[in-house]
Write a protein that binds this ligand. Structure first.
Ligand code: NAD
Length: 377
């Protein structure tokens, strides 16, 4: 079975979907692995490392894609490249399927079995394939590093002969995978951390990392069976904003990472809250790619609002592309290995399997995923 991996073409994307180490693992499964020349250059992996791992290399992108039984990528395929795929081929990548309706339709019409890596179930068995977690974890880390670099203060407390420097106060809104890593990173740098999430189960996790949990009574909030937040009512969001106003005003750094799966991110930091912040403070919006949690955030820009820096830098995992590629490609290899028949040396698309049911979006000419047929909560 041939597995092809084309180079990412999204402007500025530095991550690679496959590292040489992962190519070696696929070769050892008995797959024929072919990669496009330059696949890992931006992430720090030279072409020669892939060929040493047993992959072949080509510069003919169309031939690479059209000869594949499986195509592995990081981002969604360009629309014009769908027609290059063999009908019946498997295509696994992030697809943003709630928003990319035309793309999903075309993949279905072309007879591709398309796997949306964001739909890998959040279960223990699928943990090693969870690309949302592997990338969000690095995004959370990088958000703190960016915040520290834009801040006019240091993070830790220092007692010096010239007096005592108080620790920076960091407020983290949204404590999923990214938020938890942001808390851990800010704590390691010595900041005083407060965090908030609508899911009450998060309080214990925040405390175990040495953070303080901001309690806000919003009434019924809860979470879905997969652990995702439910969307709040407009009234609950207003109540949350009122309660967070003072904490934002007291904080040197605010990091937002609040998302609702399959929906636009809620605006949680309003202009009024930004007005309450001191000049020199920094706000990093990790939700900028799904619309942003911060009023006025500009996609992939750093802006200044009355002395408060609003950081809307996109693709934070892409700022640490070596490690982001390492974990993303490990997720892909875990996925392929789980369904690999060693004797047949082939990927078996088991339509009855819970992981495949969760992440397969098109198959046999149709859109097959329940989440695309009925919208979440
Ligand atoms: P996410 O990116 O969907 O959302 C980030 C956070 O934003 C969530 O914690 C959510 O509760 C929070 N949020 C939403 N609206 C908010 C609001 N108005 N105010 C404040 N916070 C708000 O989340 P994620 O990081 O993908 O994690 C989702 C869930 O999946 C979590 O419960 C996580 O523990 C769970 N998870 C499970 C596994 C596993 O079991 N294998 C792996 C990874 C994550």
């Amino acid at each position: 079975m041939k597995i092809s991996i084309p180079r990412e073409t999204h402007p500025g994307e530095s991550r690679a979907p496959l590292t040489p180490h992962s190519a070696d693992k696929l070769v050892k499964l008995g797959a024929q692995v072919e990669v496009e020349a330059g696949l890992g250059t931006a992430a720090g992996f030279p072409d020669a490392a892939y060929t040493e791992a047993g992959a072949t290399m080509t510069s003919d992108r169309k031939a690479l894609i059209s000869s594949a039984d499986i195509v592995l990528r990081l981002r969604k395929p360009p629309l014009e490249e769908i027609a290059w795929l063999k009908p019946g081929a498997i295509h696994a990548s992030l697809l943003d399927p709630f928003n990319e309706k035309e793309l999903v339709q075309r993949l279905a019409e072309h007879g591709v079995s398309a796997v949306s890596m964001e739909f890998i179930p959040r279960t223990t068995r699928a943990q090693s394939m969870d690309v949302l977690s592997s990338q969000a974890n690095l995004g959370g880390y990088e958000a703190v590093i960016l915040a520290a670099s834009y801040s006019n203060k240091i993070f830790p407390m220092m007692t010096t002969a010239a007096g005592t420097i108080l620790p920076s106060k960091v407020f983290i809104i949204g404590v999923g995978v990214a938020g938890l890593q942001a808390i851990a990173t800010a704590k390691r740098l010595g900041a005083k951390v407060t965090a908030y999430d609508t899911r009450p189960v998060v309080e214990e996790q925040v405390k175990s990392l040495g953070g303080q949990f901001l309690k806000i009574d919003l009434g019924e909030t809860g979470q879905t069976k997969e652990g995702y937040a439910k969307a709040l009512t407009e009234e609950q969001i207003q109540k949350q904003r009122d309660a967070m106003n003072k904490t934002c005003g007291d904080s040197d750094i605010v990091i937002t990472a609040a998302q609702v799966f399959g929906r636009k991110a809620p605006i949680l930091v309003t202009a009024e809250m930004l007005d309450a912040m001191k000049p020199g403070s920094v706000v990093v919006d990790l939700a900028v790619e799904t619309g942003g949690n911060v009023e006025g955030v500009v996609y992939d820009q750093v802006t200044d609002r009355k002395g408060v820096k609003i950081v809307g830098v996109a693709n934070l995992p892409g700022r640490v592309p070596l490690h982001a590629s390492q974990v993303y490609s490990a997720n892909l290899v875990a996925f392929v290995s789980e369904f690999w028949d060693k004797e047949k040396k082939a990927f078996v698309l088991n339509l009855e399997d819970e992981i495949i049911k969760g992440c397969l979006v098109t198959h046999d000419g149709k859109i097959v995923n329940e989440k695309l047929i009925t919208k979440p909560n």
